[in-house]
Design a protein around this ligand. Structure first.
Ligand code: FMN
Length: 218
C-alpha cells in the first residue's frame, strides 16, 4: 500500500489476460452493501474503445489543466511538479495505447450516490492493490467523468441505471513504484471530538507506523 503510487508511464508490453484476470478477481473480493455485488467491470481494449478513451482523456485534460494550474513543462524543468506534470501529459497523450477498466455500479433509488460509491470503490482499491502486488502499474482517472462520460456510455452501451464509478488505466510500469506521499496520521486522526488530536493513539508523527508497513522486498 505504501508504494502503490499512481503510474502514468508504461512500457509497450501489453497487459496479459492472466494478470488482468487476477486483478479483476481481487476486485470481486471487495465488500459491497448487503453483499449485493451490483458491479460490473468492463475492460476497454479494442481499437474502437481505445479511441473513445483517448477522446475522453483529452476532454478530462481540458478540465484538469486550469483546475490544477497545469501546463506542459519546459524540457529543462526537472522539479517534482514538472516531472509529475510531464508524466500526466504523457498518460493523457498516449491514452489510446493502454488497456483500461471501467468500474460500474448499479443505481438503487433508496441509496445516495456516496453510499453506492462505497460499494464500488473498495473493489477499485482491491484492483489497484492487486496490480501493485503483481508489479502492474495503474492510474485511476477521471476520464469517465466530465465530457467523456456520455461518450463511454454510448460506446460501451451502459444502461441508464448504472453509474460510471471510475476508470483505471493499467500497464507495465516504466520506472519504479515509489513511496506514496501523504499527510501524517497525526494531522488527520482525531479522538472522540472533531478537533481533539489522537496523539495517544497515533503519536505526533506517522513515520514509525509507516515504516512497519514498508515492504520487505520492493
Ligand atoms: C477520483 C480520482 C481521479 C483521478 N483522475 C486522474 C486523472 O484524470 N488523471 C491523472 O493523471 N491522475 C488522476 N488521478 C490520480 C491522482 O492524481 C493520484 O492518485 C494522486 O495524485 C496521488 O498520487 P500517488 O498515487 O502517486 O500518490 C485520479 C485519482 C483519483 C482518486
Amino acid at each position: 500500500m505504501s508504494t502503490a503510487r499512481t503510474i502514468r508511464r508504461f512500457t509497450e508490453e501489453p497487459v496479459d489476460d492472466a494478470t488482468l484476470a487476477r486483478c479483476l478477481e481481487a476486485a470481486t473480493w471487495a465488500p459491497s452493501g448487503a453483499n449485493a455485488q451490483a458491479w460490473r467491470f468492463v475492460v476497454l481494449r479494442s481499437p474502437e474503445l481505445r479511441a473513445v478513451v483517448a477522446t475522453a482523456a483529452a476532454q478530462a485534460l481540458e478540465v484538469i489543466e486550469p483546475v490544477y494550474g497545469m501546463t506542459r513543462p519546459a524540457e529543462d524543468d526537472h522539479s517534482r511538479r514538472a516531472r509529475t506534470n510531464r508524466a500526466t501529459y504523457e498518460l493523457h497523450d498516449r491514452a489510446d495505447e493502454f488497456t483500461s477498466v471501467l468500474f460500474l455500479q448499479e443505481r438503487f433509488p433508496q441509496a445516495s450516490e456516496l453510499l453506492l460509491g462505497g460499494s464500488i470503490f473498495p473493489a477499485m482499491q482491491n484492483f489497484l492493490l492487486a496490480a501493485r502486488a503483481l508489479g502492474l502499474g495503474t492510474c485511476l482517472t477521471s476520464w469517465a467523468s466530465y465530457g467523456g462520460e456520455p461518450l463511454l456510455r454510448a460506446a460501451v452501451g451502459v444502461p441508464d441505471n448504472w453509474m460510471l464509478a471510475g476508470h483505471v488505466v493499467a500497464g507495465w510500469p516504466r520506472g519504479n513504484h515509489g513511496p506514496v506521499r501523504r499527510r501524517p496520521l497525526s494531522e488527520v486522526v482525531f479522538l472522540d471530538r472533531w478537533d481533539e488530536r489522537a496523539s495517544a493513539i497515533v503519536g505526533d508523527s506517522s513515520e514509525r507506523l509507516q515504516s512497519s508497513f514498508a515492504p520487505k522486498r520492493p
